[in-house]
Design a protein around this ligand. Structure first.
Ligand code: ADP
Ligand code: ASP
Ligand code: MG
Length: 406
C-alpha cells in the first residue's frame, strides 16, 4: 500500500463535470488500496477573476486582504471535490491550510511554507478517508491567512509529500508531462520521460509554468519523487523529476523555457563611476522589486555609460517611477522603458561539457533576424531578452535547430 500525494490544477477542476471526473480517478486509486492526500487549486480562472474584482476597488489593495480573498478559490474546490468523492461512495474530508496548520512566513502573496502539522492528516487517513487539502494557502504565526504565489498549489503538494514522506507526489495538469518546450507554442515539443531536479529548477525559474519553482526546490531538497501527468487521459505516464544520477543519457540541451512577464528598463547616459550599480539598484530592491538580468555597457567616450535591467511586468510602473527619480539624482540623460520584451532560454546539464552552444543559439536568432537585447548565461542555461513579437519564431527555430523533437 502506497501513500500518494496528488495535486489537481485549476484546469483539471475547472467545472463540475471535471471535478466529478477527477473524483472517479481518485476513487480508482483509493480502491487499489492506496492512501491518498489530494491538494487542489481553485477552479480555473477564479484566481484571475478575484484579482480583477480587487482591482476594481483599489489599485494597490492591502496584501493581507488580497490573501484573504484569493485563498477562497481553493476552499471552494476542496469542498466540491470532497462532496463529489462522497457522492460516489469514497469517504473523504476537506481541510483548509489553517486546519492542517500549513505554517508560513508572513510574506503575503509569496509566503514560504515553514511546517505542516501532519497529525490531523494521519488521523483522517487512518480512518480510511481521502484527505483533500486546499493548495496555495497557509497561515502565519499570528494566524493570518497567507498565499504562496501564483501556481502555489504545486508547492503545497510537494511540501505535503515531503512532510508525510509520501511514496510519490503526482502533479495532474492539462499536459502529459514536462515537454522540451511549452507545447502551446511549439506543437512538435517532445515529452521527456525523466528530468533532473536541477534542470527542472532552471526551467521553472526561467518561466516554464508547468511547475512552480518552489515546488521543485522542495522536491530537490527533500528528494521527493515528483511526477507531472495529465488528468485528461487514462493511464498517463507523465514525466518523472528525479536526481541527476538516475538519468543516464543526457542530451546537451534538454529544453527551452520562455517568460512573458519580463519588462526592461534602461538608464541612458549615466556618469561611469564607482557605485553606479548600487545607486541604481538599491532603491529598486528597497521597494521589494526583484531584478532579473542586468547589463552595463562599456563606457562611451564622454565617460558615460548605459545601465539596463529587467523586472517582473507587475513591477514595471513602480520601477519606472523609481528610476525616473534616480535619473534626476544621478544626472543621467534619460530613462528608456520597454515592457514588450520576453526572455527565451536554453537549458541543459550537457552544456557543462559542450562549448559553442551560445554561438549556435545566436546564429539561429541571427538567421531569423531576431535582435538580441540582453544575454545572460550560467553553467546550464543561456537566456536572451528579445522583442515579444519574436517569441514563437525564436522558440520554434531554436527547438528545430537543436533537434529537440527527435
Ligand atoms: P495547472 O492549472 O494544472 O496548474 P498550468 O497552466 O499552471 O496548469 O501549467 C500547465 C501548462 O504549463 C501547460 O498547459 C503548458 O502550456 C505550460 N508549459 C510551459 N512550459 C511547459 C513545458 N516545458 N512542458 C509542459 N508544459 C509547459
Ligand atoms: N489558484 C492559484 C493560482 O491560480 C494557485 C494554483 O493554481 O496553483 O495561481
Ligand atoms: Mg499551475
Amino acid at each position: 500500500m502506497a501513500l500518494i500525494v496528488q495535486k489537481y490544477g485549476g484546469t483539471s477542476v475547472g467545472s463540475i463535470e471535471q471535478i466529478k471526473a477527477v473524483a472517479e480517478k481518485i476513487k480508482a486509486f483509493a480502491d487499489m488500496g492506496n492512501k491518498l492526500v489530494i491538494s487542489v487549486s481553485a477552479m480555473s480562472g477564479e484566481t484571475n477573476r478575484m484579482n480583477i474584482l480587487a482591482q476594481e476597488i483599489q489599485d494597490t489593495p492591502s496584501l493581507r486582504e488580497m490573501d484573504v480573498l484569493l485563498s477562497t478559490g481553493e476552499q471552494v474546490s476542496i469542498s466540491l471535490l470532497s462532496m463529489a468523492l462522497q457522492q460516489i461512495g469514497c469517504d473523504a474530508i476537506s481541510y483548509t491550510g489553517s486546519q492542517v496548520r500549513i505554517t508560513t512566513d508572513s510574506e503575503y502573496g509569496k509566503a514560504r511554507i515553514k511546517s505542516i502539522d501532519d497529525q490531523r492528516i494521519y488521523t483522517s487517513l487512518d480512518e480510511g478517508k481521502v484527505v483533500v487539502i486546499a493548495g496555495f494557502q497557509g497561515i502565519d504565526e499570528n494566524g493570518n491567512i497567507t498565499t504562496l504565489g501564483r501556481g502555489g498549489s504545486d508547492t503545497t503538494a510537494v511540501a505535503l509529500a515531503a512532510a508525510l514522506k509520501a511514496d510519490e507526489c503526482q502533479i495532474y495538469t492539462d499536459v502529459d508531462g514536462v515537454y522540451t518546450t511549452d507545447p502551446r507554442i511549439e506543437p512538435n515539443a517532445r515529452k521527456m520521460k525523466l528530468v533532473s531536479y536541477e534542470e527542472m529548477l532552471e526551467m521553472a525559474s526561467l518561466g516554464s509554468k508547468v511547475l512552480q519553482i518552489r515546488s521543485v526546490e522542495f522536491a530537490s531538497k527533500y528528494k521527493v519523487p515528483l511526477r507531472v501527468l495529465s488528468s485528461m487521459i487514462d493511464n498517463p505516464t507523465g514525466t518523472l523529476i528525479t536526481s541527476e544520477e538516475r538519468i543516464m543519457e543526457q542530451a546537451v540541451i534538454s529544453g527551452i523555457a520562455h517568460n512573458k512577464n519580463e519588462a526592461k528598463l534602461s538608464l541612458i547616459g549615466v556618469p561611469d563611476e564607482p557605485g553606479i550599480a548600487h545607486k541604481i539598484l538599491k532603491p529598486i530592491s528597497e521597494a521589494n522589486i526583484e531584478v532579473d538580468m542586468i547589463v552595463q555597457s562599456v563606457s562611451a567616450r564622454e565617460g558615460l555609460t548605459n545601465f539596463a535591467f529587467t523586472v517582473h511586468r507587475n513591477d514595471f510602473n513602480k520601477a519606472q517611477d523609481i528610476l525616473e527619480k534616480v535619473r534626476g539624482d544621478l544626472n543621467a540623460k534619460l530613462v528608456q522603458s520597454d515592457d514588450a520584451v520576453v526572455k527565451v532560454s536554453l537549458v541543459g546539464i550537457g552544456m557543462r561539457s559542450h562549448a559553442g552552444i551560445a554561438t549556435q543559439m545566436f546564429e539561429v536568432l541571427h538567421r531569423e533576424n531576431v535582435n538580441i537585447q540582453m544575454i545572460s548565461t550560467s553553467e546550464i542555461k543561456i537566456s536572451v531578452v528579445i522583442n515579444e513579437k519574436y517569441l514563437e519564431l525564436a522558440v520554434r527555430s531554436l527547438h528545430s535547430a537543436f533537434n529537440l523533437s527527435e
